[in-house]
Design a protein around this ligand. Sequence first.
Ligand SMILES: [Zn+2]
Length: 271
Amino acid sequence: MFINHCHVAPNGVFEKEFRRAGIPDRMTSESGTLEALSKIMESLEITKAIAFAPFPYQIATGANDWLCDSLKKYPNIKGFATLNPKGTEAPLLLDYYIGQGLVGCKIHPPVFKVRINDPALNDFYAKAQKLNIPLLFHTGVHGWQLNQYMPLLLDEVAQKFPSLKIIIEHIGGIAFFDQALAVLQNNPNCYAGITGVLSYNNPGYYIPNEKINLLIKTVGSERIIYGLDYPYGSLENWRKEIEIINAWKISEDDKLNILGRTLEKVIDSGK
Ligand SMILES: [Zn+2]
């Protein structure tokens, strides 16, 4: 299995975050480290994973450099940069970090407060398209103004940049699932990220089975990617999610796609 969407940070960063959030069972200095992720991967028989650079609220500067350096010790973990796509230097930074070995970029519109279809992002999108790397967008209700980052806005980006690979992460959550599905059905360059949507843990993001079935039927497993949202979750829950996928009445090929092959293709097509 090659699994997407793992957040990592240096020792102690997630401990502080979980303390603020009042989640005492996750409050160890090891939470969210690459070392702890490696152990989780071993327990779940995950052979390869994607790790995201920390957000600026976790590490004020140098987060992408930290990830590039740290990954040298973990050949089976590949990295995504975390960037504010609106900065004038954003296309250059993307170019630089892909050159340093990162293989994609995570965009979190409500965290960075950027409107998805802001024309100021066009240079950044053009650069990502040229580099042939995927951009992963958080979608789903997450504070800030919904009309700045509702999934429907990705349709415009996908059409303007028809070979840009767009991962619609969390498929909009339950409130925006239909918008995400419409964009996926309309654009072959869009991929469905089914991270954090398979179990009841987070009711705003849980997508019921019949909707997932519809996604598989209309979009296809060659455009569906599973991720953990590590360390926001527990070993038992990730194990359960992988079991849920393996219990779906779909072909073995479909399962292989969702649990790694699609992700592998999205990452490798540029190389
Ligand atoms: Zn995430």
